[in-house]
Design a protein around this ligand. Structure first.
Ligand SMILES: Cc1ncc(COP(=O)(O)O)c(C=O)c1O
Length: 484
C-alpha cells in the first residue's frame, strides 16, 4: 500500500509545480489491489465522497500528481479521463481538471437521517436583503486595498483598537457630515461589524423597553429581546412612526428608520423628526437611528439624518451592507459623547469584529472619491430597476399598488385582503424567493394586518431581472371580480 500527501491546487493555482508551497495537502491512499489506475480512481472517488475534495476543487496537473505518487503520467491521465466520463470530475481546455459540481459528497449518516422536506429551488432572489452583488466595485476596491495596505503604519497590524482605525473614523466623520448631515467628530465614532452588531452592543445599555415601528425587521426585535430588552410597537402610518404614542409606552429608547421606513417605505415626516427629538430631550430618552439605505433616494435629495438635530440624543448607525456588500461586515455607530465609554466597554478591550484591511480600504475608498462614484452609479442602476418594476406591474398587474419606491432597494406590493399566503405559495411555485409583509409586523401591534409582498429589486443580476419580473407577475393574485 502506498500513502502519499499530494499537493492539490486551489482554484486559481493550477499548474503548481510539485513541491511548491501553493495548494492544499490531500492524503491519498492507494490500496495494494488492482491496477495503479484503478487504485488512484478509487482513492479519488473516496476523497470526493467523503467531502475532502469539494466540488470545484482543481486537481493537480498529471505531471505533479504522477511525480508525488511515483507513478506514470499516463496512469494519472487515464484515471482522470475515466473519472470525467463517470461524472466525478470535469475537465476544460486550459483550466485543468476539477471536481464536478454534481459530485456531491456522500455522508454515511445522511442515509439514516430522516429527510427534510425538499426545498424548492430558488430561481429568482427578490428578498429585500442584498444589493446587486455582481456590481461590487472589485477593481476600485482592490486599488484602495493595495494603496491602504502599502501606506499603513506597522501598528495597524497589531492588536486593534475597539474604536476602529482612526483613518476610517476621520474619513467617516467628514463623509457623514457632507452626505448625511451627521454632526460628529472621529472621537464619537465606534466601528462595528454592521447594524446588528451595533444593536447587540447597545442592547444592554438602553433603558427599556425599546419602542420600535410596528413594521420592522423581526431579526432586530429578537436581537434586542435576546439582550433582555423588550420591544413595544408604534403605529406606522403614511407619515412614518406615530411619535405621539411614545410617551404612553414607557419606552426609554426608540428604534426608527427615519430616512426610509423599513419595510413599508416613506420618510419620517419633518414634524415627527422634531417631535422625536423633543420627546428624547424631555424624557431623557434616546433615538437609535437606523440609516440602512439613506444614500439611495431617487425622487429628490436624500433625506438627512435626524441625528443632526441633536447629536446628544441620537445614536446614528450605518453600514456598507446596502451600499457595497453585506458580506464585508463593516459599519459605524455615531454616539453621543456620554455613551462612548459604555459602548467601548461593551465591545471589549480589543477589536474582534472588523478586520483592519477592510477598515483601511474603506477609508481610502471614501477619501479618493470612489465611494461617491459607486453610489452615484448604483443610484442610477437601482432607479432603472425600480422603474422597470413599476412599469411592468402597471402593465401586467394594474390592480396591484406599488408603494415605498421613492428610495432604497425594495418596494411593497399591496395585495387584496387575505391573499398574501396564496401569493407566497404561488411565488414559491415560480421559484421566487421573496417576503410577505406579515412577518415584519410586531406581534403586539394593534394595527390591522396588511397583506403585501416586500420585493427586493437589488439582488438579481442584470441579465436575470426581466425573468424575475415575469415570474413575479405570474405569482400575483388576479384582479378582484368586477375590477378587470
Ligand atoms: C432595516 C435594516 N437595517 C439595517 C440593515 C443592515 O444590517 P447590517 O449592517 O447588520 O448588515 C438592513 C439590511 O441590510 C436592514 O434591512
Amino acid at each position: 500500500m502506498s500513502e502519499t500527501w499530494v499537493n492539490v491546487s486551489e482554484p486559481g493555482t493550477a499548474g503548481a509545480e510539485p513541491g511548491q508551497a501553493a495548494g492544499t495537502d490531500l492524503h491519498l491512499e492507494l490500496s495494494g489491489e488492482g491496477s495503479l489506475r484503478g487504485q488512484l480512481m478509487h482513492a479519488l472517488r473516496d476523497a470526493i465522497r467523503s467531502g475532502r475534495l469539494t466540488p470545484g476543487t482543481r486537481l493537480p496537473p498529471y505531471r505533479s500528481l504522477a511525480h508525488d505518487l511515483g507513478i506514470a503520467r499516463n496512469t494519472v491521465a487515464d484515471a482522470y479521463a475515466e473519472l470525467v466520463e463517470e461524472g466525478w470530475l470535469f475537465a476544460r481546455q486550459g483550466s485543468g481538471t476539477q471536481v464536478a459540481q454534481r459530485a456531491t459528497p456522500f455522508h454515511p449518516h445522511q442515509a439514516r437521517r430522516p429527510q427534510r422536506p425538499t426545498r424548492r429551488r430558488v430561481l429568482h432572489d427578490l428578498m429585500p436583503s442584498s444589493p446587486d452583488a455582481a456590481a461590487f466595485p472589485r477593481a476600485a476596491w482592490l486599488t484602495s486595498a493595495r494603496r491602504a495596505v502599502a501606506a499603513a503604519p506597522n501598528d495597524a497590524f497589531g492588536v486593534g483598537d475597539p474604536r476602529g482605525r482612526e483613518e476610517l473614523r476621520e474619513t467617516l466623520a467628514e463623509y457623514l457630515a457632507r452626505a448625511r448631515g451627521v454632526r460628529t467628530d472621529p472621537g464619537r465614532i465606534v466601528l462595528c461589524s454592521g447594524f446588528a452588531h451595533a444593536l447587540r452592543l447597545l442592547g444592554g445599555l438602553l433603558k427599556g423597553p425599546v419602542a420600535v415601528e410596528s413594521y420592522g425587521l423581526d431579526f432586530h426585535r429578537s436581537l434586542l429581546e435576546s439582550e433582555g430588552m423588550p420591544t413595544v410597537p408604534l403605529t406606522v402610518d403614511a407619515l412614518g412612526a406615530r411619535i405621539d404614542e411614545l410617551p404612553g409606552t414607557g419606552a426609554g429608547a426608540v428604534l426608527l428608520t427615519p430616512a426610509h421606513q423599513f419595510p413599508t417605505g416613506g420618510p419620517l415626516h419633518p414634524e415627527r423628526r422634531t417631535a422625536v427629538i423633543d420627546w428624547a430631550r424631555s424624557s431623557g430618552g434616546l433615538l437609535v437611528e437606523d440609516d440602512y439605505d439613506g444614500e439611495f433616494r431617487y425622487d429628490r435629495q436624500p433625506v438627512g439624518a435626524v441625528q443632526g438635530l441633536d447629536p446628544d440624543r441620537v445614536v446614528y448607525i450605518g453600514s456598507i451592507s446596502k451600499s457595497l456588500s453585506p458580506a464585508l461586515r463593516l459599519g459605524w455607530m455615531v454616539l453621543p459623547g456620554w455613551l462612548v465609554d459604555d459602548v467601548l466597554a461593551a465591545k471589549g478591550p480589543r477589536e474582534m469584529w472588523s478586520g483592519v484591511v477592510d477598515q483601511l480600504t474603506l477609508a481610502d475608498f471614501i477619501a479618493c472619491g470612489a465611494y461617491d462614484r459607486h453610489l452615484r452609479r448604483m443610484r442610477q442602476h437601482y432607479r432603472r430597476r425600480r422603474d422597470l418594476l413599476a412599469s411592468t406591474l402597471a402593465e401586467r398587474a394594474p390592480h396591484i399598488r406599488v408603494s415605498g419606491v421613492a428610495a432604497g432597494l425594495h418596494a411593497v406590493l399591496e395585495l387584496p385582503e387575505n391573499t398574501e399566503e396564496a401569493a407566497l405559495r404561488a411565488a414559491r411555485r415560480q421559484g421566487l424567493a421573496l417576503d410577505g409583509l406579515r412577518p415584519y409586523r410586531h406581534p403586539d401591534s394593534t394595527m390591522p394586518p396588511r397583506d403585501g409582498l416586500v420585493i427586493g429589486y437589488g439582488t438579481p443580476p442584470d441579465h436575470a431581472f426581466a425573468a424575475a419580473l415575469d415570474a413575479l407577475c405570474l405569482a400575483l393574485p388576479d384582479a378582484p371580480q368586477g375590477n378587470r
